[in-house]
Write a protein that binds this ligand. Structure first.
Ligand code: TIU
Length: 233
C-alpha cells in the first residue's frame, strides 16, 4: 500500500524509494551568533526551533533508507560566484567574505559555512553547495535527483520564506511533488514563516496546494515508522 502522510490541504502519498529529504542550509552561518544571519541584523536564536524536528525527520529518513541531501549556501573564497548585488548588502565589515568569529562570512570551507553538529551529514548523504537561495540554481541537485528516480521532496531547513521557499518553487516548476515539514523549518521573521507555509497549501484540493503540501515532523515520522518496522521484521 502507498504510504500516506496526513498533510494540508490533503494527504500526501509518497513512495520512499522515489522520495528525498532535503535539509536546507542548517549552517552555523544562519543558526549561530557571529555568522551571516546575524550580520543581516537577525536574532539567530529564532531558528533553533527547527533543529529537533529536523533531527527527528533525519533519523526516520535514514532508518527508512530514504535519500537525504544537505545543502549549504556559500561562496568561493575569491567571491567569483557571488553577485555584487548580494555582496554589497549590509554595512562594510559585516558582508559576505568579511572576517567574523566563525571565519569569513558565508565562505566555503570556513567554520561558519559548516552544517551544525546536531545535523552532521553521514557518508552517502550528498552535500550541495549552492551560491544562491534556491538549491537548483547553479548546482548538481537536479541531475542528482533525476539519476535516482526521485519524484517527491520533503523540505526542511532555513529560512522558510527565503531558501526553503525558493527551492520549493524551483522544484515545483521541475515537476517534483513537494512536502514542506513546517516545524522543521524556521524564519527570523515568524510572521513570514506562517505566511510562507500558508502559501504552499493555498488554492488546494485533493491533489495538494499551489506549491504542494504542508505537514509536521510528528506526522511525517509516524508515517515512516511502519516502513522502518517492516524493514526490521
Ligand atoms: N536571510 C535569510 O532569511 N536567508 C538567507 O539569506 N538564506 C537562507 O534562507 N538560507
Amino acid at each position: 500500500m502507498t504510504p500516506v502522510i496526513p498533510a494540508e490541504p490533503s494527504p500526501f502519498a509518497f513512495a520512499p524509494g522515489r522520495s528525498a529529504l532535503l535539509i536546507i542550509d542548517m549552517q552555523r552561518d544562519f543558526l549561530e551568533p557571529g555568522g551571516f544571519g546575524e550580520s543581516l541584523g537577525n536574532d539567530v536564536s529564532l531558528l533553533g526551533s527547527a533543529i529537533a524536528p529536523c533531527q527527528a525527520v533525519l533519523a526516520a529518513a535514514r532508518a527508512a533508507d530514504m535519500l537525504v541531501i544537505h545543502t549549504r549556501e556559500g561562496h568561493r573564497p575569491d567571491l567569483s560566484d557571488a553577485p555584487p548585488a548580494k555582496v554589497e548588502r549590509g554595512p562594510p565589515g559585516t558582508r559576505i567574505g568579511d572576517p567574523g568569529p566563525m571565519g569569513r562570512i558565508l565562505i566555503r570551507g570556513e567554520a561558519g559555512h559548516g552544517i551544525i553538529d546536531a545535523l552532521s551529514p553521514i557518508p552517502g548523504e550528498p552535500i550541495i553547495d549552492k551560491p544562491g537561495k534556491g538549491a537548483f540554481y547553479a548546482t548538481e541537485l537536479e541531475p542528482m535527483l533525476r539519476h535516482r528516480g526521485i519524484e517527491m521532496l520533503f523540505l526542511t531547513g532555513v529560512t522558510t520564506e527565503v531558501c526553503v521557499h525558493t527551492t520549493l518553487r524551483e522544484a515545483n516548476d521541475r515537476g517534483f511533488r513537494c512536502l514542506v515539514i513546517a516545524d522543521a523549518c524556521a524564519s527570523y521573521l515568524p510572521q513570514f514563516h506562517a505566511t510562507a507555509l500558508a502559501m504552499v497549501s493555498a488554492q488546494g484540493g485533493p491533489g495538494g496546494g499551489i506549491f504542494g503540501w504542508v505537514s509536521d515532523s510528528a506526522r511525517v515520522t509516524a508515517a515512516l515508522r511502519p516502513l522502518i518496522e517492516g524493514k526490521a521484521a
